[in-house]
Design a protein around this ligand. Structure first.
Ligand code: SF4
Length: 272
């Protein structure tokens, strides 16, 4: 069975926010793909048709970059739904207020949750991001979406993890929380050039912090980096048709084929 992540674009609007004083640059830890993704409606259709050829673990995740900056994200989601797929949107939420018409088509949303107060959230994501995130949670709640949370644990926010958990329990959207992915910095793709001292946690510190969170918050599905389900393989498909996999230890996702030249079932049959 295959978990599908679609890179709608590698562009992102995150840097429209200004860094806060004393913080590293906005989203400098980001490990989105480096390659520009050029596509067309025909290629989008070809990708969705190809998904019918394999056994998929739903929902399919639309990610980026920031998917909502791509004009192809609407036709992509409409086609996926027409092909009976369930859709999860991984977004920073900045453009969510302008894109509410898309939300009845999706059941799942995932948002960055790097802190429960502005001095944490804005530190890595830019001034004003805390307010943007609160609006995104409100919108997700109003549309009754299942909410996935992605936390990049760093030396700066790791002491606040328990507080972040308690804060979640007080929110009206608490019952909508689908999972909480507490992840470790990964030096891959666009993040290979980054000063890791800002972001990297020592392995034991990281594992212990997550283990404690699992004990204290048993009602939240907490996922950690490297937690692999061997029954499900993750495939990344860029919206230009390129197909990638991630192999532990590599500094870039590995290109394994392209859907403008071959079929997805044939490409993934070659993957070891
Ligand atoms: S981490 Fe997310 S929001 Fe930040 S630059 Fe990367 S894709 Fe954009």
């Amino acid at each position: 069975m295959y978990k599908i992540n679609i890179f709608a674009t590698n562009l992102c609007n995150a840097k429209s926010l200004k860094p806060v004083s004393g913080a590293p640059g906005v989203c400098d830890f980001c490990f989105r793909p480096l390659e520009k993704i050029e596509t067309s409606e025909n290629i989008v259709r070809e990708i969705v048709d190809n998904l019918d050829l394999i056994n998929i673990c739903e929902p399919i995740t639309i990610t980026g970059g920031e998917p909502l900056v791509s004009k192809y994200v609407y036709p992509l989601i409409e086609l996926l739904v027409a092909h009976n797929h369930r859709v999860s949107l991984h977004t920073n939420g900045i453009l969510l207020p302008q894109n509410k018409s898309l939300l009845p088509l999706i059941e799942f949303i995932s948002l960055p949750y790097d802190g429960n107060r502005p001095e944490l959230t804005d530190y890595y994501r830019g001034a004003g991001y805390f307010q943007i995130l609160q609006s995104a949670f409100e919108i997700a709640y109003d549309y009754n979406l299942n909410i996935g949370l992605h936390t990049l644990t760093t030396p700066y926010n790791v002491p606040s993890l328990p507080d972040m958990g308690f804060s979640l329990q007080k929110q009206k959207y608490y019952r909508n929380i689908w999972y909480w992915y507490i992840k470790k910095f990964k030096k891959i793709n666009s993040a290979v050039f980054v000063d890791t001292s800002q972001y990297e946690l020592e392995e034991t510190t990281y594992r212990t912090a997550v283990a404690n969170m699992k004990i204290h918050f048993p009602n939240i599905q907490i996922i950690e980096s490297g937690q692999i389900n061997k029954e499900i393989k993750t495939i990344f498909i860029a919206l230009n048709g390129d197909v990638f996999i991630y192999t532990k230890g590599k500094t870039q996702n590995e290109l394994v084929g392209t859907l403008t030249r071959d079929r997805l079932d044939r490409i993934i049959s070659e993957i070891k």
